[in-house]
Design a protein around this ligand. Sequence first.
Ligand code: GLC
Ligand code: CA
Length: 598
Amino acid sequence: MIYDPKHTSFFGAEPWWKTATFYQVYPASFADSNGDGWGDILGVISKLPYLHRLGVDCIWLSPCFDSPQVDMGYDVSDYQAIYQPYGTVDDVDRLTEACHALGLKLILDLVVNHTSDQHPWFQTSRSSRDSSKRDWYIWRPARYTDQGERLPPTNWRSYFAGGTWTWDEHTQEYYLHLYAPCQPDLNWDNPDVRRAVYDETMRFWLERGVDGFRIDTVNKYSKDTRFVDASVTDPSSPWQAAPEMWCNGPNIHEYLREMHKEVLGPYSAVSVGELSNCPETADVIPYVQASDPQMSMCFQFDLIRLGTGGGFGDKYIYRPFSLSTLKGLTEKWQTFIDGTDAWTTVFMENHDNGRAVSRFGCTDTAQQWQASAKMLALWQATLSGTLFLYQGQEIGMVNMPRNRGIEDYKDVESRGFYNEALKSGDEDRVRKTMDGLRTLARDHARTPMQWDAGPFAGFSTAEPWMRVNDWTLDVVNVSAQEDTEDSVLRFYRSVLRLRKEYVDLFVFGRFQLLEPEDEDVFAYLKESPAQKGDVDSGQRRKALVVLNFSNEAQKCPSAAMALQCAEEEVRLLVGTVRLVGDGKGSLRAWEGRVYINF
Ligand code: GLC
Ligand code: CA
């Protein structure tokens, strides 16, 4: 099936990144070229032909800059140097060239809400109260109780548990950090800080040829500078959730417009921002509308946070959810751009969440694992917006085995929540936290990429920094799946190609949810802006996607009825199971199909 050029005119003027498939590489765990147990840039280069063949168009490389690695590089100590185990600036230049030679683009991770406390900017800032860079970070005096006890300026809870302020003995003030104490927040209200971010981080890399950035924590730069206490929602803790104090703050759009005008626009750089705590569609639109350029696109997290507990402190207390909830959220973030000039993204994994098959599919048996991994692939590949994949997703990598203990969890956030539960002395809370971590922890996405079934999964010749996930490693690896016709990997490859062939339906089509209450089958229509048959036929090209999200066979909705056409005009375009007879029989457990009306 060749993509019909008649329909390309609808999208000819659209930017490349709308139809592109992005692939996130987590460098520590992707490929180790020199046998030290850490992935590296040369390792990434060695795998580019694989990624090219998979059908991706742009690589997003998670932070590789110099860093003490308290938060896996999201704590940068030098934006112009590469963390030595990853390689050198020259290596990144080589990576850029190698990507471009294959027609791939490369974006880096821009982490500028905060720096590491080892960054020279912070070292200068903390050196004295009248340092030239004092105001580059957010310093505030202590508060004191009537008894003279010293208290931080506010009661805000940080993302990794604990408060958001750390006392600096040397200058006798507190500094703000939304994340770990070693990740002090930059003061974006200071124009010198913004200039330094543009010149010394962004321009430095754009001048070297990278194509843009994934922008970390992009809606948190503008804080509520009244620095008042958040209302108490967790009476058992001194620290209270306070995202309203820093998410979507008063100057955020001004700063992002400026960033676009100064840097992103002039370089025609693509940008995708991480937009957390932003549940209202009306708050998301302004970030990504074409008429008021700030970012190209953003990640909204409602879907990927399914199963996490409410609020900050309960994040890892698992909260079951229904399929209808998942459908409703899909619908919300598929349709919110209808009738606007904004754009959306599609993703179900990244380095901050558990693996999708373990959360939305089934891993009870290898057979269920394979069926559900393919069904989830079909779900993602048929949704509108720019598609993002995370390394290992394309081979159906799963969470670490549930019997592993906290010692196999390395992430600062996992450890923070676990230690907090321990400290509470509440055994039930410890048990529930560990249970939640087993499904939701960021660690699950960070185990080494599984290239083959050999020692250390072909990731490295030495003991990797994180233990290999050996759950059915004989099938969950690239090499085995290359050789197997009905593998998850081969299925991803084929649906990524179909997504491009039917870009009008799958990337630009209008999403319409069917049977919202059905708790087993997820069915939706995609309607193309293009006409069916010749241009004037008056009937649109449509696709019906049916996904069985259950362990049982389910009745398949009538495709002809859903597509509103005669039985003989309906065609099965693709399915997760090869032989489905005439394509009308019931759906097997975890089976997915797509029908079209042309
Ligand atoms: C973002 C990153 C996450 C990191 C945090 C602090 O949420 O995705 O990995 O810990 O920012 O930089
Ligand atoms: Ca290495």
